[in-house]
Ligand binder design. Structure first.
Ligand code: DC
Length: 222
């Protein structure tokens, strides 16, 4: 069993950027669990499986194969053997993933995979339920958040830099909707674990948040 750092928080709080930086600094493996929910959602969408059809989703869960690989240290996500890393990064797939994440079979399958991955090595894992459900015994837990306005403007910047046309009001609406869905679902809702450290990144630079997490790690580990 390796050392486990869990970073949970709402969409757009900067979890993946910061988790990646922390993992790089410590030479840990970074695991983006949101990407797994996105890949499952992509499968359902492309195979015409309606998320309200619980039986259909349960059967599909048996057939879906999600694998994680690393290319130049970057996580790649494979769906049925195909690399879908780029295709899952759209607003539409994010919204679908949040819906798919309510389903118990989807959660069971992915939580199991995530635990298996954490057993093998030292990890920084980010998501919504890592500190509460997936790795409740993680040695360091962070709850990373930021105001809705900050998260929306970061997302807007990211999308425009990628050359995608978007609208800030629309992004903000989408973030509020995802927060509502992720925080109020029945199974494993997004919530701060009792022993997690709360960090608000609204007025902090990436380097500052990363450094804060690294110093928490050093305090605990040594
Ligand atoms: O982190 P992200 O935006 O890529 O995640 C997409 C969706 O997946 C998110 O809205 C909720 C779901 N998710 C989850 O329920 N549990 C996780 N551990 C990670 C993501």
């Amino acid at each position: 069993m390796g050392y486990k750092i869990a970073i949970d928080g709402p969409a757009g709080a900067g979890k993946s950027t910061i988790a990646k930086a922390v993992a790089k600094e410590l030479n840990f493996v970074y695991i983006d669990t949101g990407a797994m929910y996105r890949a499952m959602a992509l499968y359902f969408a492309e195979n015409g499986i309606d998320l309200s059809d619980e039986k259909g989703v349960a059967v599909a869960c048996q057939a879906i194969r999600i694998d994680i690989a690393y290319e130049d240290g970057r996580q790649q996500i494979l769906l049925q053997g195909e690399n879908v890393t780029a295709r899952i990064r759209t607003e539409r797939v994010g919204t679908l993933a949040s819906q798919a994440a309510k389903n118990p079979d989807v959660r069971k399958k992915l939580s199991q995979l995530q635990r298996e991955l954490a057993e093998k090595t030292n990890v920084v894992m980010d998501g919504r339920d890592i500190g509460t459900v997936v790795l409740p015994d993680a040695e360091l837990k962070i709850f990373l958040t930021a105001s809705v306005e900050t998260r929306a403007s970061r997302r807007y910047k990211e999308l425009t830099e990628r050359g995608e046309s978007c609208n800030i009001e629309e992004i903000e609406k989408n973030i509020r909707m995802r927060d509502e869905q992720d925080m109020h679902r029945e199974i494993a809702p997004l919530t701060q674990a009792e022993d997690a450290v709360y960090l608000d990144s609204s007025d902090l630079r990436i380097e500052e948040v990363t450094e804060r997490i690294l110093s928490l790690y050093r305090e605990k580990a040594f």
